[in-house]
Design a protein around this ligand. Structure first.
Ligand SMILES: [Zn+2]
Ligand SMILES: [Zn+2]
Ligand SMILES: [Zn+2]
Ligand SMILES: [Zn+2]
Length: 262
C-alpha cells in the first residue's frame, strides 16, 4: 500500500489523531529541499538583477551580485552532503565568476589586515559554528517541553496531526499561519523543536564543527596571514593595496576540511 500523507478525519482507514505515522526522514529531507530551492530561486533572481544593472549602476549591481552569492552559498549549505549539493556549488561558482569578471571581487582590508569575506571562499571551508545553549525547547506536536516526560514524541518519527493554526500557535504541519492545511484533515507532521522567546536562554559555548546543525551558522570571514601574504607577493607588497580575490575567478579551489591543515 502506498504511503498516504493525509486522511480526512473519520474517513474509512483514517489513523487515530496523534498516532505514529512512521519515520520522519522524508519530511526532514523535503524541508531541506524546500530551503535549498528557495535560496536557489533567490540567488537566480538577484543574479538576473545584477546582470541587468551592470553597466548602468555599478553600486546597485554589486549589491545584487553580493545578495546572489550569499543566497547561493546558503543553498549550498542546506544541500550539503545531499544529491542537490553539486548543483548549488556550480551556481555559486557561476555567479562568483561573473561578479569577479564584471564587477571585481577584492579581498577585504580593515586598515590592519586582510580577510576573505567572499561567500565563494567561505563556502569552500567546510566548517561552521555549533552554538551550545540551554533553553526550553518546545515540541511542536504537543507544545510541551521536549526534554520532559510529558512529551512522548521523537524527533525522528512523524505523527498524524490535524492541520491549521489554533489558539496555541501556528499550524503544526507546516509551522505557518495562515496555511492551506485543514482542521478536519490529518497530515503526517514531523517534530520541530521550538525555542520559546520567553524561555531563559543561556549561552554556554560556541565551537567550530565540520557540519553545523544550523546550516547557515558559518564563518563571517576568513582572516589571511599577512606575513604569508607578504612572502607570496614579494618585497613590493604594501599592506592596504587592493588585492583581487582570485578564488572566484573560475577554477574551483577545492574544499578545506575542518580542522584544516593548520
Ligand atoms: Zn511532544
Ligand atoms: Zn499548515
Ligand atoms: Zn571572490
Ligand atoms: Zn568550488
Amino acid at each position: 500500500m502506498p504511503v498516504r500523507d493525509e486522511f480526512r478525519m473519520g474517513a474509512a482507514g483514517a489513523p487515530a489523531e496523534g498516532s505514529d505515522a512512521g519515520p520522519a526522514k522524508d519530511l526532514i529531507d523535503a524541508y531541506m529541499t524546500s530551503r535549498v530551492l528557495s535560496y536557489r530561486r533567490q540567488a537566480k533572481r538577484s543574479f538576473e538583477d545584477a546582470q541587468r544593472l551592470a553597466g548602468k549602476d555599478a553600486g546597485a549591481a554589486e549589491e545584487k551580485a553580493r545578495e546572489a552569492l550569499d543566497a547561493s552559498a546558503k543553498a549550498f549549505w542546506w544541500a550539503e552532503d545531499s544529491p542537490l549539493e553539486e548543483r548549488q556549488h556550480q551556481l555559486m561558482h557561476k555567479i562568483g565568476k561573473w561578479k569577479r569578471k564584471q564587477l571585481g571581487c577584492s579581498i577585504f582590508f580593515d586598515g590592519k589586515g586582510y580577510a576573505h569575506r567572499c561567500p565563494v571562499v567561505i563556502a569552500h571551508k567546510k566548517m561552521g559554528f555549533s552554538v551550545g545553549f540551554t533553553a526550553t525547547r518546545i515540541c511542536s506536536i504537543c507544545r510541551k517541553d521536549l526534554a520532559s516526560d510529558e512529551c512522548p514524541h521523537f524527533r525522528d518519527r512523524s505523527y498524524w496531526i490535524r492541520g491549521g493554526a489554533d489558539a496555541y500557535g501556528p499550524c503544526r504541519v507546516c509551522e505557518q499561519d495562515p496555511c492551506k492545511h485543514r482542521a478536519d484533515t490529518l497530515y503526517r507532521a514531523r517534530v520541530v523543536a521550538i525555542v520559546s522567546a520567553h524561555s531563559n536562554m543561556s549561552l554556554h559555548e560556541v565551537s567550530i564543527v565540520r557540519k553545523p546543525a544550523q546550516p547557515e551558522a558559518r564563518l563571517a570571514e576568513v582572516p589571511i596571514d599577512i606575513d604569508e601574504l607578504a612572502s607570496h607577493l614579494g618585497p613590493n607588497f604594501l599592506p592596504g593595496v587592493r588585492l583581487n580575490c582570485d578564488q572566484c575567478l573560475g577554477k574551483c579551489p577545492g574544499f578545506t576540511e575542518f580542522p584544516g591543515e593548520h
